[in-house]
Design a protein around this ligand. Structure first.
Ligand code: ASP
Ligand code: MG
Length: 416
């Protein structure tokens, strides 16, 4: 017998049929003798719908009221699931974040969990109830409803599992786990049976959207493995866990990418102390995040300074820098908004050389020009033309034989 914390995502709860299916799965787990705490997302598209309603009134709602509104999605799914379970003679109770005591700070729309109260949960479990808790929401010290940012139900589930000292936190979704890359783009992507927290964080931050980043950080902090698996199959999915628990050693684990990138290049930047800080200071004052940076000296007097950022921030940043260029005597500001970033991730890179050269050769072999490069201990990222993205992923994926990982399942995606 184990205490299981399961989280079901929006597509797993998208219709009443699916809610009934989830109820059946929960009852099966219970019949095996497990105690169950279930965290739910809102029904599929519901959170988007609520946000849209709000934005039809104003693009700039009071954050407190926005949270009250968007937290309602999870209240619908939690109660429907409890009702579905009760109908099948399985005692279940649903609770909002505030009722359970998911205490957060007061940063509305992206609050952080400070504490999870376990009294009510433990009481109900002792009385043989399935405890259903609304994900994505909590309560601040004043008693106001808060929400945790998009995808925040994953973080609710991990926080509850950590507070209850559960053995693992199971995240049920509509894909079978974490793949070597996006199977919608590379059909021979492979399902990974295990991946380390560190790799998962890199993959999540680079746009692999299976888990909210914060949930992975929290799980790693609390030594709590996360299992990502499909609601619609019986495959054991992917275990996100510690590096030393990973059984299958491999050089690289996956390729993450993001399309919505832009490059801005400043040419002829006067070569003097402090100028980089001046340039980026203005950009960060406008709350714009930048990603990669490269600088090289063109001659004694000037540098070229190049960086990447999210494409949506490009127009504003360009405007700021065109103004600054005049003031600082920068020769020109150029940009390219049709670029994408591709990143190869793997803990094996730490102990093996030659990964970068192999990756660059694979790209060269298919005629793809690399515009920028950054590396970290377990990741190599390149910026390329967006039009080249798919064949670049394909080339790197096969160069590292990710499509040949042994004994792991090929994707079978569900239609949603
Ligand atoms: N319902 C929320 C969202 O769509 C939270 C979640 O699904 O994790 O972002
Ligand atoms: Mg999600």
């Amino acid at each position: 017998m184990a205490l299981l914390v399961q989280k079901y995502g929006g597509s797993s709860l998208g219709t009443l049929e699916r809610i009934k299916h989830v109820a059946t799965k929960i009852i099966q787990a219970k019949q095996q003798g497990h105690q169950l705490v279930v965290v739910v997302s809102a029904m599929q598209y519901e959170t988007d719908r609520l946000i849209q309603l709000c934005h039809t009134l104003t693009p700039d709602p009071a954050p407190r009221e926005y949270d009250v509104l968007v937290a309602t999605g999870e209240q619908v799914s939690m109660s429907l699931l409890a009702i579905a379970l009760n109908t099948k003679k399985c005692p279940a109770r649903s609770y909002t974040g505030s009722q359970i005591g998911i205490q957060t700070d007061s940063i509305h729309t992206k609050a952080r969990i400070l504490e999870v109260k376990t009294e009510l949960i433990l009481q109900d479990l002792a009385e043989d109830y399935v405890v259903i808790i609304a994900g994505f929401q909590g309560v601040n010290a004043r008693g106001d409803t808060t929400t945790l940012g998009r995808g925040g139900s994953d973080t609710t589930a991990v926080a509850i599992a950590a507070a209850l000292h559960a053995e693992e936190c199971q995240i049920y979704t509509d894909v079978e786990g974490v793949f070597t890359t996006d199977p919608r783009i590379i059909p021979n992507a492979r399902l990974l049976s295990q991946i380390s927290f560190e790799e998962m964080l890199e993959m999540a931050s680079l746009g692999a959207k299976v888990l909210q980043m914060r949930s992975v950080e929290l799980a790693s902090k609390h030594n709590l493995p996360i299992r990502v698996l499909s609601t619609f199959s019986n495959h054991p999915g992917t275990l996100v866990t510690f590096e030393d628990k990973i059984m299958q050693r491999r050089l690289v684990s996956g390729i993450a990418f993001s399309r919505e990138e832009a490059i801005i290049a400043l040419n002829g930047v006067p070569n003097r102390a402090g100028i980089e800080g001046q340039i980026l200071g203005l950009v960060s004052d406008a709350n714009i995040e930048i990603d990669m940076i490269a600088q090289n000296a063109t001659d004694k007097e000037t540098n070229d300074f190049t960086f990447t950022l999210h494409r949506k921030d490009h127009p504003k940043t360009l405007q700021i820098l065109q103004q600054l260029a005049k003031e600082l005597g920068i020769a020109s500001v150029k940009s390219n908004t049709k670029v994408a970033k591709l990143s190869l991730v793997g803990i094996g890179m730490r102990s093996h050389s030659g990964v970068a050269s192999k990756m660059f050769q694979a790209l060269g072999d298919v005629g793809v020009n690399i515009q920028m490069i950054t590396t970290s201990e377990i990741k190599i990222s390149v910026v390329i033309d967006e039009d080249n993205l798919e064949r670049s992923i394909q080339a790197v994926h096969s160069a590292f034989e990710l499509d040949k990982l042994p004994s792991e399942k090929k994707p079978s995606l569900m239609e949603v």
